[in-house]
Design a protein around this ligand. Sequence first.
Ligand code: 5GP
Ligand code: ZN
Length: 115
Amino acid sequence: MAEDCIFCKIVTRQSRARIVYEDDLFMAIEDINPQAPVHILVMPKKHIPEIQHITNEDKELMKRWFWVAVKIASDRGLAKTGYRTVINDGVDGGQTVGHIHIHLLSGRKFSWPPG
Ligand code: 5GP
Ligand code: ZN
């Protein structure tokens, strides 16, 4: 838990969010500023600032992180039309919240390359 982290505050219920999934290690919330009809943020409860801070100790957590994202997509039937998963990392990667999260986006067609 990091005192100044908005996602830690959401995980510990000090701040509100629309929670769409929770288990002992993960939480998923609706993005406050959605960029698609479905825009969910999937985060470990553990405060890891950037993916470069992932260590060998987090190996099992990382496997489950993607499993949770895929499970949410599958439970919502998103795989029928497809979806996009995004991790922005660091300043040039466009990361604005320093607590790692997967963006799960769906409900419209996405282009490539990203902006
Ligand atoms: P990043 O820019 O780090 O890849 O993604 C951060 C995401 O968190 C953004 O899409 C932003 O809209 C979302 N976000 C920022 N603050 C909050 C908040 O307080 N609540 C929720 N639900 N989403 C937030
Ligand atoms: Zn945090």
